[in-house]
Design a protein around this ligand. Structure first.
Ligand code: BMA
Length: 891
């Protein structure tokens, strides 16, 4: 008791001195950088292939070895680009000539001033939120740190190294490839990785990326370029404090339901000495109501984990998009002594319960997210990094991509493991939108080393990341990795590897993965964020069985696309939760023009192959295979691009609607992939510039809360009313049969009660009943789910692949007008129009509808959003449909 009060006096004195609360000094401005004196990689001088060996710099090095202004956060590549020292890394096939940057070492340096007051503080820490990746840090010539993990924060006590006045901070960055490769070449084997370098700087099968905690995708992926960045990629600052530092404030959610939220404000306090402090927590509810709790606690010298229990009656809960408001509470926590504040922190969080429900049933074992007691069908896509250069992504850009997902009625995105953990701003935006985030730990598929040091650095990384992110209600699951387990079990290169390496070593590798993903990461999540489920691998069964099975866990389906199987095979699998499946396409011409010249506009040109990373460019033939299978031969390059999008959109729609109609057996559809890291061909539905491909417009419809889904198999069609609403509703299923040329042949209606949170089979009907003798090649069926006479959902059905149909020339007409401050575009079809696409060139506009079919005589009004006058729009806009894109007329 006596001791505590003495300590209190010491804190009070510190308070009186006016230096009690921690202070921060941002160190992001004023950096310079240069090519390190060791010289450039030999590829700098145009030498190609072979291993990385530094060469002495010649005169050409000069522009790089002189100090130049640098950005922090940033990367060498983006700094060089801004200075005009290198060509645009995304333009044509520039990628090959820029590999030397990631193979060379670089220096960063900053001069900064520190005042005497700062030096009088009890502690001064130099904090790097992220160093990319092998970084030697020295201050005033004294070496302080060798960093080796891009995903960790580094906190260095520097009080005794700093001096009053000018200080110099130097960060020497070593090429991760140049550093690891000589070591790897001496090893008895290399662990199986992901994608070999296309540029010869690493021999085939000798990937260094397995051995370093750095974003995997930067080494080249099947949708992105190889740009191995170096830099100080997150903010840097000095933090000064006296006797006490609030290392973390967390609002733990012990129990949340409609009646009550039982919370605990957890304070992590580092104290120099024992003493009594007061912990205060004040909160503001979404409706403005406030509350507070306070507690005196005795701190010991060192680390303290202390908490204040909070109970909130009838909490305004956070709901995922589509189920209610994503309400957020604000919490302010403070640590004080004798009325003087010593440290404070703010948190914003949503109160909700999350459960991963895995009940045994007639199909095996379920996999369903249950939020606030409501089982939710997950509708969404996989998210990859926003850019090849992660530090240049602005908050506006990441929010815009998230908004695109929300506008397309998605409620979940899976942050895939081959990239980076995102900025706080990303999760904060997801919180505000009600977007659920499936968060992988950053492992993209490469087999992991089993040594203790690797596991330990990953444990620290995971501890920091979970601590940083656990107050975001949007995160509903943490998963150990992407495809590490399934790859190990079933990919041919891994099978070969297991034969090549002796059995004991194979066991050690396997045990190492199990220890890392089954144990180490699980413990981090269950101890720091026990409210959120942990899942060892995606796809997986949480290590209870083999990965990627249909009757348990989550599932990745790649027989369509990677296995070249026809798109209709999507209907052959009904897993419990399909967390990956995908088809590629090219982005719109405006985006292609951002990287290619007119002479490149050909699927097999060098440049178009350079921007197609699947199978080193051969993916363009895979696109053609599917286009031909479904539609026919593209007339020209622009038609190839358009058809690739139509094929992707209609193919993914088939799969997604199959999965939705299979509820509750299946409870999730996350297609591969939402976004892009650069402009190029990929599985994305939103391109690098956030322009929507046809798939994104389709997603908006096939992920709508209510959908009508006709599933035709072997001449029989089952029609489902799929509803994510939480109450049942009565509707009418209207079936209209048309001759594509214009005539309505028949119309029938029947009542259907659409059950809440379910897929209800409304009717089963065979082709003969629908056609009644009409020519299947010229007939289309329109299904409408009408609620109080108004369409709640609409879907067309064709009797075969598009290439087998006798599609008429639709005679599309367009009309533009301004109405009530909005620009409206009306598109009308005289006869059936398939896959209508309105092209707005490179105008900065967004249509609220595109990529649709029109029935004979049907019109649609489309809102054009964006700052553009009607005349410019009229001149730029063009409309096409399927018949315009094919070489030969359909039969
Ligand atoms: C998946 C992913 C990625 C990859 C994608 C497309 O399985 O996990 O690694 O980019 O397939 O091939």
């Amino acid at each position: 008791m006596r001791r505590a009060s003495l300590a209190l006096v010491a804190w009070l004195l510190a308070g009186v001195a006016g230096a009690a609360t921690p202070a921060e000094k941002d160190l992001s401005a004023g950096w310079r950088f240069r090519l390190a004196s060791g010289g450039a990689a030999d590829s700098f001088r145009g030498a190609s292939g072979g291993l990385t060996k530094p060469v002495a710099c010649d005169a050409r090095c000069k522009p790089f070895t002189d100090w130049q202004p640098a950005h922090v956060p940033g990367a060498v590549q983006t700094d060089l680009l801004e200075l005009g020292r290198i060509a645009d890394p995304f333009w044509r096939d520039n990628e090959a000539g820029l590999q030397w940057i990631g193979l060379s070492d670089w220096d960063y340096q900053l001069d900064f001033d520190v005042d005497a007051d700062t030096l009088r503080r009890g502690h001064v820490d130099l904090v790097f939120d992220g160093l990319d990746t092998y970084a030697e840090v020295s201050l005033n010539g004294k070496k302080l740190l060798s960093a080796d993990n891009m995903f960790r924060q580094w906190r260095l006590p520097v009080k005794n190294t700093l001096r009053a006045g000018r200080n110099t901070l130097t960060v020497h960055l070593q090429s991760p490839i140049a550093r690891l490769q000589p070591w790897l070449m001496k090893q008895p084997y290399s662990l199986p990785g992901e994608f070999d370098s296309a540029f010869g700087d690493e021999p085939k099968g000798k990937q260094t990326s397995n051995y370093v905690r750095k974003a995997n995708y930067q080494y080249g992926w099947d949708w992105g370029p190889r740009y191995v960045t170096l830099g100080i990629w997150r903010p840097v600052r000095l933090e000064s404090w006296d006797d006490l530092r609030l290392a973390d404030l967390h609002i733990a959610q012990r129990h949340v339901d409609a009646d009550t939220a039982k919370l605990a404000a957890q304070f992590d306090v580092r104290a120099d000495k024992a003493g009594t402090v007061t912990l205060d927590v004040a909160w503001t509810a979404p409706d403005g109501k406030t509350g507070s709790e306070k507690r005196d606690v005795a701190l010991k010298a060192g680390e303290n984990h202390v908490e204040v229990p909070i109970a909130i009656d009838h909490p305004q809960r956070w709901w995922p998009v589509g189920y209610g408001k994503p309400d957020l509470y604000r919490f302010h926590g403070s640590v004080s002594a004798g009325g003087t504040s010593l440290a404070e922190a703010d948190r914003e969080t949503g109160l909700r319960s999350v459960e991963l429900r895995r009940e045994k049933d007639q199909w095996g074992r379920g996999f369903a997210f249950v939020v606030n007691g409501v089982p939710i069908f997950a509708k969404g896509a996989n998210l990859i990094p926003y850019d090849a250069f992660p530090s240049r992504v602005s908050t506006e850009r990441l929010e815009a991509i998230l908004r695109s997902a929300k506008d397309a009625n998605m409620n979940m995105l899976r942050m895939w493991g081959g990239g980076t953990y995102q900025d706080d701003a990303f999760y904060a935006a997801a919180d505000r939108m009600g977007m659920m985030i499936w968060q992988d730990f950053m492992f993209g598929g490469a087999i992991t080393p089993y040594d203790d040091a690797f596991r330990e650095t990953t444990r620290i990384e995971a501890t920091e990341q979970v601590t940083r992110l656990r107050d975001h209600p949007s995160i509903v699951i943490w998963a150990g990795n992407n495809e590490v387990q399934t790859g190990w079990e079933s990919w041919p290169d891994r099978e070969d590897f297991r034969k090549f390496v002796n059995a004991d070593e194979v066991r050690r590798i396997e045990d190492g993965m199990r220890a890392l993903f089954g144990d180490t990461l699980r413990k981090v999540v269950t101890s720091l964020s026990p409210e959120v489920p942990y899942w060892a691998s995606s796809p997986g069964t949480d290590f209870e069985r083999e990965a990627n099975v249909l009757d348990d866990g989550d599932y990745h389906y790649w027989k369509v696309w990677s296995g070249s199987e026809p798109i209709s095979h999507y209907l052959d699998v009904t897993p419990r939760f399909q967390s990956e499946y995908g088809l590629q396409s090219f982005p719109v011409m405006a985006t292609i023009k951002a990287f290619a010249k007119p002479e490149d506009m050909e699927p097999e040109s060098k440049v178009m192959r350079a921007h197609q990373k699947f199978a080193n460019g051969d993916g363009n033939q895979r696109l053609l295979l599917y286009i031909r299978q479904e539609y026919g031969e593209p007339k020209d390059f622009a038609s190839f691009v358009y058809l690739s999008q139509v094929m992707q959109a209609e193919g993914i729609e088939l799969a997604a609607e199959h999965l939705r109609s299979a509820r509750p057996r299946n409870m999730g559809s996350l297609y591969w992939q939402l976004n892009d890291v650069w402009p190029g061909a990929s599985w994305a539905s939103v391109d690098y510039f956030n322009r929507w491909k046809a798939l994104q417009f389709h997603a908006k419809r096939f992920y709508a809360p209510v959908d009508v889904v006709p599933m035709r198999r072997d001449g029989r069609t089952e029609v489902f009313a799929v509803s994510d609403r939480t109450t049942d509703f009565d509707a009418t299923l209207r079936t209209r049969v048309y001759d594509m040329g214009g005539k309505l042949l028949r119309e029938t209606s029947q009542p259907v009660r659409a059950a809440a949170l379910a897929s209800t089979k409304a009717v089963t009907v065979d082709d003969a009943t629908l056609l009644k003798g009409a020519d299947p090649r010229r007939t289309v069926v329109s299904f409408d789910l009408l609620e109080a006479g108004k369409p709640a959902a609409h879907h067309l059905l064709y009797f075969g692949a598009a290439r087998t149909l006798a599609l008429p020339a639709p005679e599309l007409s367009t009309k533009l007008r301004s109405e009530g401050g909005r620009t409206l575009l009306t598109v009308t079809a005289k006869r059936l129009a398939r896959a209508v696409w309105i092209d707005t060139g490179d105008l900065d506009v967004r249509l609220d509808e595109n990529a649709f079919d029109l029935l004979p005589g049907e019109s649609v009004d489309i809102v054009v959003k964006g700052d553009v006058d009607i005349d410019t729009l009229r001149r730029t806009l063009s409309v096409r449909s399927l018949v315009d894109a094919l070489k030969e007329a359909t039969p």
